[in-house]
Design a protein around this ligand. Sequence first.
Ligand code: SF4
Length: 79
Amino acid sequence: MSATTWRKRAACRGLDAEIFYPGTDDEADAAEAKAICAVCPVRQACLEHALASREREGVWGGTTERERRRIVRQRRKSA
Ligand code: SF4
């Protein structure tokens, strides 16, 4: 799915971007964004985009930056 396609279907489309850039990587700060991502129909495409482009900040695909680093490490191990 191209970036344009999945972004059009994003549950966060039109919402305040600040929700997705919480002050810290803490679970409590990221909770609102994660709740929106949890029901987003393009969550997987969004996560893969964030992993591929090494997005350092914000919640993407329901994950914080710390969680994305963990996913990258796990994928490296199983590659
Ligand atoms: S998974 Fe979250 S950040 Fe990604 S498009 Fe959906 S709502 Fe937005």
